[in-house]
Design a protein around this ligand. Structure first.
Ligand SMILES: NC(=O)c1ccc[n+]([C@@H]2O[C@H](COP(=O)([O-])OP(=O)(O)OC[C@H]3O[C@@H](n4cnc5c(N)ncnc54)[C@H](OP(=O)(O)O)[C@@H]3O)[C@@H](O)[C@H]2O)c1
Length: 304
C-alpha cells in the first residue's frame, strides 16, 4: 500500500446532514489530550495540522477531552483557526466533569445552552457544525428518555448556534425518540470489527441516510484489533491490521465515518492511508463483512 500520498478523500465523501460534505475518514481528537501515551501541546498541533494536510475535514472533539493543560478544543483552535471552509468540527455535550478527568454526571436540559456557548467560545466559532447529545456513561446504550435534552439542543439549532444535531451512545428507541423531535444528522456509537452489536442501529442509519460515526474504530487502542484472519487479510494487501480494521468500517456501510484517534504522526499517516484500501468480497467474507458478523469468539466486551 502507498502510505505516502493517500489522502482522506480516497475514502469518498458523505453529506453530513445533507449539506456538509466530508471525507469519510476523519479524525478523533480525544487522544491528543486524554489517555494513552504522554501528550504534548506541540505534538497535538503537529498531528492536527498534518491531518488537515492529509485531507481530513471531519474532526471529532468534546469540551471534556482534556487533562492538565491540554484540551482537544484549544488544540484544534490553535492548530486550525482560521478554519478552512470545508472543515466540520463535531462536538459533544452532556457529560459533566464535576471536577474530575472522567465525566461522572450528565447535564440536565437547562444546562446544555451553557455547554454549547462554552464550546463556541473555546473553539472560536460563531456556530457549531455538528453537536451530539452524548448520553449515559460508558456502559451499554439505552434505558433513559433523551427527549427533553434533545429538544433543548433543537432549540439552539433553531437559533442558529448549531447547524446539525447528533446523538451518541444511544439505542434504536432513543434514535426514534430524537427523530420525532428534530432531524438527526449523525449517530456516534461504539462499533468496530470486534464489536458489532450495534448493527441494528447502523442499518437504521443507513436506511435513513444518517451518518454513523463508530467510536473506538480501532477498538480504543492497545492490541484489541488483532486476530489471525485480520493479519491474513492485512498480509495479502501489504497493509497493517489497523488499516484493515478501518477499511472494514468503510466497507461495512456507505454511512460509516470512522474517526480514529492518535497522537502519533506515523499512526496518522498509516490510518489515513486506509482510505485507499479496498477490501475484496473474499476479504469481507473472511472478516465478517456486510452480510455476516465477526466470529463471536473474537468479540470483545466494552472496555471502558
Ligand atoms: N462518543 C463517545 O462516547 C466516544 C467514546 C470514545 C471515543 N470517542 C471518539 O472516538 C475517537 C476515536 O476513539 P479513540 O481514539 O478512543 O480510539 P481508537 O481510534 O479506536 O484508538 C486510538 C488508540 O489506538 C492507537 N492507534 C491509533 N492508530 C494506530 C495504529 N495505526 N496502530 C496502532 N495503534 C494505533 C492510539 O495510540 P497512539 O496515539 O499511540 O497512536 C490510541 O491509543 C475519539 O478520539 C473520540 O473523538 C467518542
Amino acid at each position: 500500500m502507498d502510505t505516502t500520498t493517500t489522502t482522506a478523500a480516497a475514502a469518498g465523501q458523505f453529506p453530513l446532514g445533507g449539506d456538509l460534505p466530508v471525507n469519510r475518514l476523519g479524525f478523533g481528537a480525544m487522544r491528543l489530550a486524554l489517555g494513552g501515551s504522554v501528550r504534548t501541546f506541540e505534538a497535538g498541533i503537529a498531528v492536527l495540522r498534518r491531518a488537515a494536510e492529509l485531507g481530513v475535514n471531519h474532526i471529532d472533539t468534546a469540551g471534556f477531552y482534556g487533562f492538565g493543560d491540554l484540551s482537544a478544543h484549544e488544540l484544534i483552535r490553535e492548530a486550525l483557526s482560521p478554519y478552512p471552509e470545508d472543515l466540520v468540527v463535531a462536538t459533544k455535550v452532556g457529560p459533566l466533569l464535576e471536577g474530575g478527568v472522567v465525566p461522572t454526571g450528565q447535564a440536565a436540559a437547562g444546562q446544555l445552552r451553557g455547554l454549547v456557548e462554552e464550546d463556541l467560545r473555546r473553539l472560536g466559532r460563531d456556530h457549531l457544525d455538528l453537536v451530539y447529545l452524548r448520553v449515559g456513561g460508558m456502559g451499554p446504550a439505552g434505558g433513559e428518555s433523551i427527549g427533553e435534552r434533545f429538544a433543548a439542543l433543537a432549540e439552539l439549532r433553531g437559533e442558529g448556534l448549531i447547524r446539525h444535531l447528533g446523538i451518541s451512545n444511544v439505542d434504536a428507541v432513543q434514535l426514534a425518540e430524537a427523530r420525532s423531535i428534530a432531524p438527526v444528522a449523525a449517530v456516534q456509537n461504539h462499533f468496530h470489527i470486534h464489536f458489532t452489536g450495534d448493527s441494528g442501529v447502523l442499518a437504521q442509519c443507513e436506511q435513513e441516510g444518517i451518518a454513523y460515526v463508530p467510536y473506538f474504530p480501532l477498538g480504543g487502542g492497545g492490541a484489541r484489533i488483532d486476530h489471525a484472519r485480520l493479519r491474513d487479510v492485512a498480509g495479502r494487501h501489504g497493509a497493517t491490521t489497523a488499516q484493515v480494521a478501518l477499511a472494514w468500517l468503510l466497507a461495512r456501510s456507505p454511512v460509516t465515518l470512522p474517526i480514529p484517534g492518535t497522537g502519533s504522526l506515523d499512526h496518522l499517516t498509516e490510518n489515513i492511508a486506509a482510505a485507499g484500501l479496498r477490501l475484496t468480497g473474499h476479504d469481507l467474507a473472511e472478516l465478517g463483512g456486510r452480510d455476516g458478523e465477526a466470529d463471536p469468539a473474537d468479540a470483545e466486551k466494552p472496555t471502558s
